[in-house]
Design a protein around this ligand. Structure first.
Ligand code: BEZ
Ligand code: FE
Length: 285
């Protein structure tokens, strides 16, 4: 068989998208085909728009290589990259459009650990005893305000030095500032912990270097993390933020929403302890 070389279409800048996407097999997964085609389309458009130089793309490949190389079971640099790009919050927004009337969601972050201790209501999650003590309390309710029983609140936060226990396994007690609480019929929860403090996301790696080059700070405003779940309801991943934090308006990962800024008050008068009331509303799902 002779091939008519004049009829073969090779890769060109003009037809670059088609050249790549036309290779996808008709047997490929339908959703993958759609997502891959859009990714190729936008990536090629990006390269053309910025007139991508060879040395710039080499630097990009080097950046991605280093991002992968620094990852291990305790360090997830790709999540950080997604977070500082605003992609984590955008994905969260797209996936929670139907949370109308519910407590708003925000980023999970890379520091959740499965299997935290199940604790009785009122227990103290601060195992190192450091920082200012704070009572976190409130209710888990449905959109009509009815209490939700058997709701699980998986909570975690940093210590007074701005680190999660998994970042300092040699220094902090295991499960420091973590716990799981389950509501009874009244839907109420309460636990004691250290008042969260603001902290920088890990910035000693490629994502930190990128932030520096962009003139961006790495700080997150102080917050308590929650995963609130209950049978028959959509699981909520969210935070409550400390209301007087200096980084509220410039969170490095764009996680703040006005409705998630919680009130923290000293109580009773003259006491040094804090109290922060915060209720959660779940939607069926
Ligand atoms: C966090 O809140 O734990 C977190 C979120 C995004 C990046 C780093 C940390
Ligand atoms: Fe956090």
């Amino acid at each position: 068989m002779t091939i008519d070389l004049s009829k073969i279409e090779y890769f060109t800048e003009e037809d670059s998208v088609e050249a790549v996407t036309s290779r996808t097999s008709s047997q490929a997964d339908e959703r993958l085909t759609v997502v891959w085609a859009a990714l190729v389309k936008h990536l090629h458009a990006f390269a053309k728009e910025v007139d991508l130089k060879q040395n710039e793309w080499d630097a990009g490949i080097d950046f991605l290589t280093r991002t992968g190389q620094i990852c291990d079971e305790n360090r997830q640099e790709f999540i950080l990259l997604s977070d500082v790009l605003g992609l984590s919050m955008l994905t969260d927004a797209i996936n929670n459009r139907e949370l109308v009337g519910a407590t708003e969601s925000t980023v999970m972050g890379p520091f959740h650990v499965k299997g935290a201790p199940e604790l009785p209501m009122g227990a103290n999650i601060s195992l190192d005893g450091k920082g200012e003590s704070c009572l976190f309390e409130g209710s888990v309710v449905d959109r009509d305000g009815n209490p939700i029983s058997a709701a699980r609140l998986d909570v975690w936060c940093d210590n007074v030095d701005g680190y999660y226990d998994v970042q300092q396994p040699e220094i902090q007690p295991k499960w420091n500032n973590r716990g799981i609480f389950t509501t009874s019929e009244d839907g109420k929860y309460s636990f004691r912990g250290a008042k969260p403090v603001s902290y920088p996301i890990p910035y000693d790696g490629p994502v930190g270097q990128l932030l520096k080059l962009l003139g961006r700070h790495p700080n997150r405003p102080a917050h308590m993390h929650y995963i609130v779940s209950a049978p028959g309801y959509k699981t909520l991943v969210t935070h409550s933020f400390v209301d007087d934090d200096q980084w509220l308006t410039s969170d490095a990962v764009f996680g703040v929403k006005a409705s998630l800024v919680a009130h923290f008050e000293k109580t009773p008068e003259g006491n040094t302890d804090w109290r922060s009331p915060f209720d959660f509303t779940l939607v069926p799902g």
